[in-house]
Design a protein around this ligand. Structure first.
Ligand code: ARG
Length: 464
């Protein structure tokens, strides 16, 4: 909306001419901050109610403003809103439309307020909502993992270190490892949410206002715990967005690791899992292919999410107090990262719900690579009283013997065993089985099915 000189009607008083087209292009944020429309109108309605209640504007003007804002919101929701780049951002687009709808009272809405506390408030509300959405998405994924864990509490699979078979573990234990990680992610979003839940509204441009506003009232109306205590801080920090992005980056890193495992496990070389058709794609040239595209994309999403964190940290670094326009660059990063995270969480949940572990392949792989060698060494310590170092050495000679013969440890004869240590008895064959191996690891936090079932019950209750 331009006046006769072509300058902006919201701040054009001191301007004789309108902006260059390039100026408008670099300055306008309406192309993306329209996503804050609902929050902007919610905050403006709270501000207007407070202006009426404190007598800063008349109650009837306040009501007219509040009603008019609802009309604007319904126009935006209906996709019928004429967004204008000349009006720069969502705040001025909404106010300008309000003016067209209700006339003179619209000009009173911006009393005791600035776009600086306005955008800080809108954005906090938006990011707060995304913390809730992330927690909900994480909870749904955790539930899916617990279903897998319960079904596979006793399902034996190889545990890896260095991606080399190390010791047998259980499928349920592996699933619950991610449940623990994702629960800490939930905690990070909850912590960030609690810390960001203070209201910047009423900080005005940077110094507060000379009007007798009631910041407690607007804070309460918007679900904030309290108003922020320092107006300079309120308009100039974006640490709440950084915390959201940091939590999102760590969460996306967890998802990426799991996605990588699913990609490996679904390969023809492993065949540990089968993806449902719903979460796989085909190849346009190779008819036999079934590709884990969803898992690959979850693996990749961390790139843009962590990229957003680094981008916003870099924008904020070195900015003097209070508001600078640099901070307009906060939003696209957060929007993009939040979209990517929510999609990754939903895709992961779908994949996990449909995931079919290949029991035979997992069991066979669990027994490969001399995976029960540690069980043998432990048995030598327990039954023969050998020092662990000596037991390690005896087991090592047996592994080498088996390797030379191209067999697994249980395939060695008792004579071969006794050649390594005369005290070894036939009882040794029992400890070389993978089921015995996992059942024996019943220390707290261990992989034994009995432990896994107890943890499954704990999580079922926690997530009920
Ligand atoms: N579009 C702006 C932003 O996103 C709103 C605040 C503008 N404030 C100002 N003093 N120009 O940061």
């Amino acid at each position: 909306m331009n006046d006769s000189s072509g300058s902006n009607a919201m701040w054009g008083g001191r301007f004789a001419a309108g902006p260059d087209a390039i100026m408008e292009a670099i300055n306008a944020s309406i192309g993306f901050d329209r996503r804050l429309a609902a929050q902007d109108i919610e905050a403006s309605r709270a501000h207007a109610a407070m202006l009426g209640a404190t007598g800063i504007v008349s109650v009837s003007d306040a009501e007219t403003i509040r009603e008019g804002l609802l009309t604007v919101l319904s126009e935006i929701e209906a996709g019928a809103f004429p967004f204008s780049a000349a009006l720069e951002d969502i705040h001025m687009n909404v106010e300008s439309r309000l003016k067209a709808l209700i006339g003179e009272p619209a000009g009173r809405l911006h009393t005791a307020r600035s776009r600086n506390d306005q955008v800080a408030t809108d954005f906090r509300l938006w990011v707060r909502g995304q913390c809730d959405a992330a927690i909900a998405g994480l909870t749904a994924l955790m539930r899916a993992l617990v279903v897998q864990a319960e079904a596979g509490a006793g399902l034996v699979m190889p545990g890896f270190t260095h991606l080399q078979v190390a010791q047998p573990v259980t499928w349920g234990h592996h699933m619950l490892a991610y449940v623990e990680m994702l629960d800490r992610d939930r905690g990070r979003f909850a912590d960030a949410r609690a810390r960001m839940n203070e209201s910047p509204l009423g900080a005005a441009a940077l110094a507060g206002t000379s009007f007798p506003i009631d910041r407690d009232a607007t804070a309460a109306a918007l679900g904030f715990d309290r108003p922020m205590a320092n107006s300079l801080d309120a308009v100039s920090d974006r640490d709440f967005a950084l915390e959201f992005l940091a939590a999102a980056s760590i969460c996306a890193t967890h998802l990426s690791r799991f996605a990588e495992e699913l990609v490996i496990w679904s390969s023809a070389q492993f065949r540990f899992v089968v993806f449902s058709d719903r979460f796989s794609t085909g190849s346009s040239i190779m008819p036999q292919k079934k590709n884990p595209d969803a898992a690959e994309l979850v693996r990749a999403k961390v790139g843009r999410i962590t990229g957003a964190l680094v981008a916003l940290l870099t924008v904020m670094k070195g900015l003097p107090l209070a508001y600078s326009k640099d901070m307009q660059e906060d939003k696209e990063q957060v929007f993009d990262a939040a979209d990517a995270l929510m999609l990754a969480l939903a895709a992961m949940e779908g994949m996990v719900r449909d995931l079919a572990p290949n029991e035979a392949a997992l069991r066979a792989a669990a027994a490969s690579g001399f995976s029960t060698a540690t069980d043998l060494a432990d048995w030598l310590v327990r039954s023969l009283g050998l020092p662990f170092r000596e037991a390690h050495h005896v087991t090592g000679t047996l592994v080498r013997r088996a390797e030379e013969r191209g067999v697994d440890l249980p395939d060695l004869t008792l004579e071969e065993m006794q050649a390594a240590h005369p005290g070894i008895s036939a009882e040794v064959y029992r400890v070389l089985g993978v089921d015995n191996s996992v059942a024996s690891r019943a220390s707290y936090g261990g992989t034994a099915p009995v432990r896994v079932r107890a943890q499954v019950r704990r999580w079922q209750e926690a997530l009920a």
